[in-house]
Design a protein around this ligand. Structure first.
Ligand code: DAH
Length: 345
């Protein structure tokens, strides 16, 4: 047995020294020291040795194992160092290469337009208000002169969260909140940009979209003030040559109510397919605040008057940038969004 152990040691040491890669070394380790390895097999025969021999043979076996483990470890170190050197030699680093630039982000066209609209109205002395997207039925409808069961609700019935709680269908409830906050003081001049929700979904309507509400209350406010304000606004957005046209309309919270058109952005008024040959495109709803709406929120319609308007930012974005499907604004397709990097104000 002593002979066997010595032979095993000698051969294994030779094999270890000759190993030229890590995988080969591991195979040698398993063949000698593994569960089914040679050393293990020799040790199994220990039981058949005379008892007085066993301690010495045991010691010898341990010494062989230690010697092999040590040889394996130092050869592994050598081979690892060699492999690392080879890897480094293969992958040269050119430190003079220019760095890789991180991709540049850009403001989303909707947000860009929203900020532009905010700037225009800040410049005219308006404040910017915010209201909740989850809104009470009272603010979204009742206080805007749309009582329960009013047919105007049908157009807007939306996502109800509770009995009298819903995702707001327009930003108009913020008019009411702003009036309550102002407690009858004038002048009140505010806009409110934000998300609104409706059950619509087609090429020009998304179930979530953006509106900007506007409200002015003061003594002696007239439809002429509304018209002048909106004309200034559309010229800032679409260019100094723009014009507006007011058409009579109906909203429960304004009297009189108007729909406002601008010159068609595709044909500048000549008449084309986009404007159905009319030369005009609708961009917003507006009107003089209904006396009942003023009253409900603490203003005296005998003393003050006001105008209000509501426009869709998405719609304005589509007209301004020539986007034909509203979904392009919400699909986060970089091929679309990249067109809005830089350049556009
Ligand atoms: N809230 C209306 C809508 O979403 C838009 C609107 C029309 C707002 C007239 C107004 C307004 O403030 O005066 O369809």
């Amino acid at each position: 047995m002593e002979q066997m152990l010595n032979n095993l040691k000698e051969e294994a040491l030779k094999a270890i020294a000759a190993a030229s890669e890590l995988g080969e070394l591991e195979n040698i380790r398993l063949a000698c020291l593994g569960k089914k390895g040679q050393l293990t097999a020799v040790l199994r025969q220990m039981g058949s040795m005379p008892p007085q021999e066993r301690p010495r043979l045991g010691q010898l076996a341990n010494a062989v194992r230690d010697a092999l483990e040590e040889a394996l470890a130092s050869r592994r170190e050598e081979l690892e160092a060699r492999e690392q050197e080879a890897r480094l030699a293969a992958e040269r680093v050119d430190v003079t290469l220019p760095g890789r630039k991180p991709g540049r982000g850009a403001v989303h066209p909707i947000m860009r337009l929203r900020r532009q609209i905010e700037d225009i109205f800040l410049g005219m002395g308006y404040t910017i208000e915010e209201g909740p997207e989850i809104e009470a039925d009272y603010y979204n409808f009742v206080a805007l002169n749309i009582p329960k069961h009013h047919p105007a609700r049908d157009m807007q019935d939306t996502f109800y969260v509770g009995a009298d709680v819903l995702l707001r269908t327009h930003t108009s409830p913020v008019q009411v909140r702003a009036m309550e906050k102002a407690r009858g003081k004038v002048p009140l001049k505010m806009i409110c940009p934000g998300k609104v929700y409706r059950k619509d979904d087609d090429a020009t309507h998304s179930p979530m979209f953006f509106q900007v509400e506007g409200l002015v209350i003061d003594r002696g406010i007239s439809l002429a003030d509304l018209k002048g304000t909106l004309l200034h606004f559309v010229r800032e957005i679409f260019g100094p040559g723009q014009r507006i046209r007011l058409r009579p309309s109906f909203f429960p919270f304004t009297e009189p109510s108007v729909e406002v058109d601008i010159l068609c952005t595709a044909c500048a008024g000549a008449g084309c397919r986009v404007c159905k040959a009319s030369g005009w495109l609708e961009i917003l709803g507006a009107g003089m605040v209904h006396p009942r709406v003023l009253e409900m929120s603490g203003y005296d319609p005998g003393q003050v008057s006001g105008f209000a308007f509501g426009l869709g930012i998405d719609r304005v974005a589509m007209l301004k940038y020539g986007i034909h499907n509203i979904r392009h604004l919400y699909q986060n397709d970089l091929r679309v969004l990249k067109q809005f990097q830089g350049g556009l104000e």
